[in-house]
Design a protein around this ligand. Sequence first.
Ligand code: FAD
Length: 465
Amino acid sequence: GDFPIETDTVVVGAGPGGYVAAIRAAQLGQKVTIVEKNAWGGVCLNVGCIPSKAVISSSHRFQEAQNSEEMGIKVENVSLDFSKVQSFKQSVVDKLVGGVEGLLKGNKVDMVKGEAYFVDNNTMKVMDDKQSQTYKFKNAIIATGSRPIEIPGFKFGERIIDSTGALDLQEKPEKLIVIGGGYIGTELGTAYANFGTEVTILEGQKDILGGFEKRMTALVKRNLKKKGAKIVTQAMAKSAEETENGVKVTYEAKGETHEVEADYVLVTVGRKPNTEEIGLEELGIKKTDRGLIEVDKQSRTSIDNIYAIGDIVEGLPLAHKASYEGKIAAEAIAGEKSEVDYIGMPAVCFTEPELATVGFNEADAKEEGYEVVTGQFPFGANGRALGLNKSDGFVKVVARKEDGLVLGAQIAGDGASDIIAELGLAVETGITLEDIALTIHAHPTLGEIPMEAAEVALGRPIHSM
Ligand code: FAD
């Protein structure tokens, strides 16, 4: 018989949204059950953020080994052991997945492997290969994440691959076509270009990495081209045909039809929320046209005791957003007044150079009706950046004119993914240009660049004219 198990809060999905929500709910005294049908850690740890950054770092080392003559290093016979790249990547993933399991156990979260399905507002069934188990819950947090979108003419298979496939290739491809110049396509395109693959990026829009300022994406494009990658914008991918040992892709650009051949075609044109087949229709949970779950500022769905977080709700599909919402949902369940506020949420693209943004950029701030001042400082005028031989890029801060309140910042440059944290803190806590300028930053560091940019915005730079 299927005797129902009673619990306070069930969490469906153990990605960065779900596992963080489960831990926070347990910390707040809830009896928590987390259900995962696939791997602990979700997309982010297993086939997303973590493995992609490991592969990108490997590719970067390979590139640096061949291009450090300017700094007096000449390496001969640099070679690539791609299977080692894969095993390094996997070892990083395994460590972190083990860590998440340990944390869930340590917080006494009941961990259940299986596929969850909602029966009603307080009942869920979990199916594994053998059996079905019913759970009775007071509250639920849905964190089922997203999956790659398939486009017509490009059915995923041996040679037509998604990001998961691209991170799991056993050999370095000679040629790779990337359809979609968003975060994922550009990051993986950069990685393979570093490994020496001939990369062609086909982007439907006017530019790759829409959402970042033109000046930032221009640096990424220049760098990709230097690596030999080809970028075709306003390209319409039409179809793909598997050949004997590769794939032929047909696309249209500027009214002409083109054909390109490659070992693989990676399709990264966006992701689709996993909101079907979990019983939400029966519950009557409200969804948008795109299949996202509608939530309020506490991550609560149209059903009072059911919450939704991460890639299945509105906003940028990023891991730190999922985790943030997970904490809010758990706190809301515990009766706290927590609400989401995305103003200090950064977005980072791990290209070369890295791109990062937080808060408003200049155009958006003006559109919101702010009178703004901005300050920019180039990496090329920073001693540390020069010593690292990474002088490409800049930091731009955007502030409210009347009082210097920091509204946002954009960074293109080496280490942008880390430098953005200070500016996120600035935006979140509501500090001013003066505060950043007055903070003593260690010398010589890339961390000085935001300080210099603040001084520029204040009209009194020391290290620029
Ligand atoms: P997911 O991580 O998708 O986890 C959802 C989990 O729910 C999955 O494990 C799934 O198996 C499980 N599940 C689904 N349905 C059920 C069910 N019915 N029952 C039980 N379990 C179920 N983001 C960043 O912030 N930085 C990056 O650098 C970055 N790089 C990325 C690179 C790639 C290649 C990809 C694909 C994504 C990347 N992302 C990155 C995005 C990031 O991975 C996602 O935003 C994040 O994983 C979303 O977290 P989530 O908790 O909402 O869902």
